[in-house]
Design a protein around this ligand. Structure first.
Ligand SMILES: *[C@@H]1O[C@H](CO)[C@@H](O)[C@H](O)[C@H]1NC(C)=O
Ligand SMILES: *[C@@H]1O[C@H](CO)[C@@H](O)[C@H](O)[C@H]1NC(C)=O
Ligand SMILES: *[C@@H]1O[C@H](CO)[C@@H](O)[C@H](O)[C@H]1NC(C)=O
Ligand SMILES: *[C@@H]1O[C@H](CO)[C@@H](O)[C@H](O)[C@H]1NC(C)=O
Length: 173
């Protein structure tokens, strides 16, 4: 049989489709990633390249599931993405709620002091798969601990190099 002269473009289109499917994430998640990028007020960072293409699973710091259907964002790494000269960051944790399959969130080294009123880390209790949270090298104080109580899927929390004081009771957290 052999390839007829119409096959090659068809194969190319199929390959491009497969590539887009394999590197794209859910539309809602792509929009949320771009909102995060905007809210960071970046001037220089690898994240500035987010949005240059639609292939959000290949964006710097983003990892998706290996699903054969729609790939979902499972890891977001924002370590040291923010310019510290902008002062403390009062974050709105709800910006991460579109990522319902999220397992790992790294917000280390961003000078986060905590949160916008009523938009703290207790919001992340709605992320049922969140297992790992890196918050090292920020400005959190002891008040962050109470907002972690509802995060029932959490297995690892790193709060090294913050402003926590005294002995910390980790029972029930
Ligand atoms: C970006 O700028 C806005 C407006 O000044 C501010 O509310 C917000 O906290 C800033 N974002 C970060 C990550 O500092
Ligand atoms: C997806 O599969 C690749 C190759 O097998 C593997 O290296 C990677 O860790 C997997 N990613 C996830 C999120 O499971
Ligand atoms: C926090 O972010 C969510 C999701 O983007 C938004 O709906 C909400 O209005 C924000 N809250 C504040 C206080 O800015
Ligand atoms: C802890 O941080 C929160 C949020 O930034 C702030 O409102 C509170 O005053 C701080 N508490 C202490 C004891 O510094």
């Amino acid at each position: 049989m052999g390839l007829n002269r119409f096959s090659l473009p068809v194969v190319v289109v199929m390959m491009i489709n497969a590539m887009l499917l394999s590197q794209g994430c859910l539309e809602e998640e792509r929009i949320a990633l771009l909102q995060i990028k905007t809210s960071l007020n970046l001037t220089s960072s690898p994240l500035l390249s987010w949005g240059k293409d639609a292939l959000c699973c290949s964006w710097e710091g983003v990892t998706c599931s290996n699903s054969t259907t729609t790939r979902r964002v499972v890891e977001i790494h924002l370590y040291y993405t923010r310019d510290w000269s902008m002062g403390d960051w009062y974050l709105n944790a709800s910006i991460f709620l579109p990522f319902q399959e999220l397992k790992v969130l790294d917000l280390g080294a961003n000078r986060i002091a905590c949160c916008v009123a009523n938009e703290g880390f207790e919001r992340l209790s709605r992320l049922a798969k969140l297992e790992v949270l890196y918050l090292s090298l920020n400005n959190f104080n002891n008040s962050i601990l109470s907002s972690m109580k509802g995060l029932s899927s959490l297995k690892y929390l790193n709060l090294d190099f913050n402003q926590l004081q005294g002995s910390i009771d980790t029972k029930g957290t």
